[in-house]
Design a protein around this ligand. Structure first.
Ligand SMILES: [Zn+2]
Length: 340
């Protein structure tokens, strides 16, 4: 009898104490500059995977959703996810995931598939943060409001200055040049806008800078064919990430429904199978967004709220840990902190 009670208590303890983690990556690639810290080098990614194999219990997001539902999360369970749908997920990340046999879910914004144009934040970086000369003054309308910025002496940006600034990240909140503060300011202004308005501004910025769109840049997204190659095999699942990657909480209910449903329908048509998982672009959502995602028939949705997953987590607001270009030792430290 006492043994039975102990087992019950132990069962409850395990159910409530077990913690899992969902890791959020974007890109696996070596880059000189990475202002949003979205890139992990292939070398470091391999180190992360080796540590996951040795010190954690890598499972797919699908398995994680199931064990969470059953109240049976294995200790130190970890699910790997990628956001956006960059081509390097296929060319650099997939071979390493296969080598270490670690499953992953890639959340894809289908509007970017096979596009000749980079995501706007990559385009903005290329316009402002690459060496060269730009006009001294920028005048552009954003949300029907005039926006003016004087670059002054930073309109000229030398290769040497670029090399010394290319480790800059936005988290520092310090700007080596007025180009960097303009980059951050414009990013903050554009992020909440609908896709069409963002690209209208980007067109004006391109014309102002005298630069062109770059169809096959290092920042390119997956083509439709590459999406199918990425999915091939047992390890990688494709998830949804809206059509045009907007800040959903800024949109009307109808626009949110369109972005979420169209994304699901189109991806399912490409893949010939159900798409059950969703990630909120920029991690932005309202409770209305959450309800729309649930009603659209997804099994779960991921935020970028930093926390572990436990028995009490809302399956439509699953927290994730943002991955940085950490070496193995630092990665293990971060992982242990989350799962302690
Ligand atoms: Zn995203």
């Amino acid at each position: 009898m006492i043994g039975g009670l102990q087992r019950t208590i132990e069962g409850f303890r395990k159910k409530f104490a077990s913690k899992a983690a969902i890791l959020m990556y974007h890109r696996v690639i070596d880059m000189d500059a990475d202002p949003w810290s979205l890139c992990v080098s292939p070398q470091h990614f391999a180190e992360h995977l080796e540590i996951l194999r040795k010190h954690a219990h890598p499972i797919s997001l699908q398995q994680l959703v199931q064990v969470h539902k059953d109240g049976n999360i294995p200790d130190r369970a970890v699910a790997v996810t990628f956001d956006d749908g960059y081509a390097d997920n296929l060319h650099n990340a997939k071979p390493l995931l296969e080598q270490y046999s670690v499953p992953a879910t890639v959340f894809v914004a289908n509007g970017a598939l096979g596009q000749a144009r980079e995501f706007w934040w990559n385009e903005l970086e290329r316009i402002l943060l690459q060496p060269g000369t730009l006009p001294e003054t920028l005048e552009v309308n954003i949300k029907h409001e005039p926006f003016c910025w004087v670059l002054g002496k930073d309109s000229d940006y030398s290769e040497d200055a670029y090399q010394s600034d290319c480790g800059w990240i936005v988290d520092l909140y310090e700007y080596p040049t007025s180009r960097h503060s303009l980059y951050f300011t414009l990013h903050q202004l554009l992020q909440p806008l609908p896709d069409a308005e963002v690209y209208q501004v980007m067109d004006e910025l391109l014309a102002w800078s005298g630069k062109k769109t770059v169809p096959f840049s290092i920042n390119r997204t997956l083509s439709k064919k590459e999406l199918l190659l990425l999915k091939q095999g047992e390890l990688i699942e494709i998830g949804a990430h809206t059509v045009s990657h907007p800040s959903l909480s800024m949109l009307s209910k109808n626009r949110q429904q369109d972005e979420i449903m169209q994304n699901k329908i189109v991806l399912e048509e490409y893949l010939g199978q159900q798409v059950n998982f969703f990630a909120y672009p920029y991690g932005k959502y309202s409770m209305q967004t959450r309800t729309i995602v649930q009603e659209a028939g997804f099994a779960c949705a991921c935020t970028i709220d930093k926390n572990c997953v436990w028995h009490g987590s809302d399956p439509y607001l699953l927290p994730r840990i943002t991955m940085r270009d950490w070496g193995g030792e630092n990665f293990l430290k971060q992982l242990n902190q989350i799962l302690k």
